[in-house]
Write a protein that binds this ligand. Structure first.
Ligand code: AMP
Ligand code: GLY
Length: 422
């Protein structure tokens, strides 16, 4: 069988690497992919325009693609899954309508309220004036969010009224997030510990994946700007059995049932970003895709087939799929380019380890091949991922791997996994 993965990040490298392990899989194509996918056995990068759905359809038909897995949110929000499915191509990913859960914060917040899903209090605004007036009426800190897609960077935590006003100016007046900032959500600040809860969903069926925790802030101790994620580990002890059950009952079930009631049943990875405090939880956001970097530590723990899981979801046969995991713990540390999440330089020559130890994997993200050499091409460049008997040993193996990768300006957080170890 041939498979196509859409995307170019660390998540897509992990999806392609895992898919290629299936004996039934002959070729995994990645569009556009990165240097890591280019170097992977059975995996080939293709350079067609992923956003030209007709071109992708033509490629799928020519190469007998039997499964398309869409990695990032952008093509999902643009309706790529609807398009390919309507042309008879088996595609794993939600419809455009369902992807609004991530594509619009106002849509998702209104959805949470309608279906009784716990979340922070909020108001949304289409113009600077009314948002600015609202700042007079609230407590601080508060959270200002661009409504649309902003690669995880459109959220600004504001200590006071002045910072909030600056955030509104940068979104509405300076258009820091482009059209994604035509509308703004101002939200109650929540305290607690975050977790990522990701499941495979097919209509009303839910298969939860292993639990995980991301590190959104750029600096150690969760200080500094928000990023797409600087590292993740799995499992996350904060999600104990009781919390797990609460997430299923209070978040996942009402969400998939709500989506069915709205007329757009879900198919794909569904990711709830949660804040947990004193045994209670609230949803920070939904993503309509797998997390990046959560995918890397989660998939390195998955023993059963990813391809069969996606096909079971598409074919409405989730009851027949047995998911299995290694008991080992996994830790993934992102190596980023100096300056990220703000501006950074690319095209830095990378030195890679010659041999990898067992149970470690260097997932590429912002890399490309240039004259057969690996060079940097993005903000997040690698995710050094390792398995260990406990989180501490996974963490130390991941950092050993980090030490064996060098490029000019490389930086990483030195505390990935600290909450799981404390
Ligand atoms: P979001 O894209 O909405 O998940 O926000 C990105 C990150 O901003 C989250 O992972 C949190 O770290 C932080 N954040 C978002 N909303 C809140 C909130 N209401 N209270 C505290 N932190 C938040
Ligand atoms: N790691 C956070 C995300 O994928 O949105």
């Amino acid at each position: 069988m041939n498979i196509l993965v859409i995307g170019s990040g660390g998540r897509e490298h992990a999806l392609a690497w895992k898919s290629a392990q299936d004996k039934s899989v002959a070729n995994v194509f990645v569009c556009p992919g990165n240097a890591g996918t280019a170097l992977e056995e059975k995996v080939t990068n293709i350079s067609i325009d992923a956003y030209n759905f007709e071109v992708v359809e033509k490629f799928c038909k020519e190469e007998n693609i039997e499964l398309v897995i869409i990695g990032p949110e952008q093509p999902l929000v643009m309706g790529m899954a609807d398009f390919l499915q309507s042309r008879g191509i088996k595609t794993f990913g939600p419809s455009q309508a369902a992807a609004q859960l991530e594509g619009s914060k106002t849509f998702s917040k209104d959805f949470f309220v309608k279906y009784g899903i716990p979340t922070a209090g909020y108001s949304s605004f289409d113009d600077f004036e009314s948002a600015n007036n609202y700042l007079e009426t609230i407590d601080y800190p508060t959270v200002v969010k661009a409504d649309g897609l902003a690669a995880g960077k459109g959220v600004i935590i504001c200590k006071n009224k002045k910072e909030s006003r600056q955030a509104l100016e940068s979104i509405f007046q300076d258009q820091a997030f482009g059209d994604a900032g035509n509308r703004v959500v101002i939200e109650e600040f929540l305290e607690g510990e975050e977790a990522s809860f990701i499941a495979v969903v097919s209509k009303d069926k839910i298969i939860p994946l292993a639990t995980s925790q991301d590190h959104k802030a750029v600096g150690e101790g969760d200080i500094g700007l928000n990023t797409g994620g600087m590292g993740a580990y799995s499992p996350a002890p904060i999600v104990d059995e009781r919390i797990h059950e609460k997430i299923i009952n209070e978040v996942m079930k009402p969400t998939v049932e709500g989506l069915i009631a709205e007329g757009f049943p879900y198919l794909g990875f569904l990711y709830a970003g949660l804040m947990i405090k004193d045994g209670e939880l609230k949803v920070l956001e939904f993503n309509c895709r797998f997390g990046d970097p959560e995918t890397q530590p989660i998939l390195i723990r998955l023993k059963s087939s990813l391809v069969e899981l996606c096909l079971a979801a598409i074919n409405d046969e989730m009851d027949m799929y047995d998911i299995s995991w290694t008991d080992k713990h996994a830790c993934g540390v992102v190596i980023a380019s100096a300056g990220y999440p703000e501006s950074y330089e690319s095209n830095k020559q990378v030195t890679l380890p010659i041999r990898l130890d067992q149970d470690v994997k260097l997932f590429h993200a912002g890399t490309k091949l240039f004259n057969d050499n690996v060079v940097t091409s993005g903000g997040r460049v690698f995710c050094a991922t390792a398995l260990g008997d406990d989180l501490k040993s996974a963490q130390s193996k991941a950092y050993n791997l980090v030490d064996s990768v060098t490029f000019d300006g490389a930086f990483y957080r030195k505390d990935i996994g600290f909450k799981g170890i404390k």
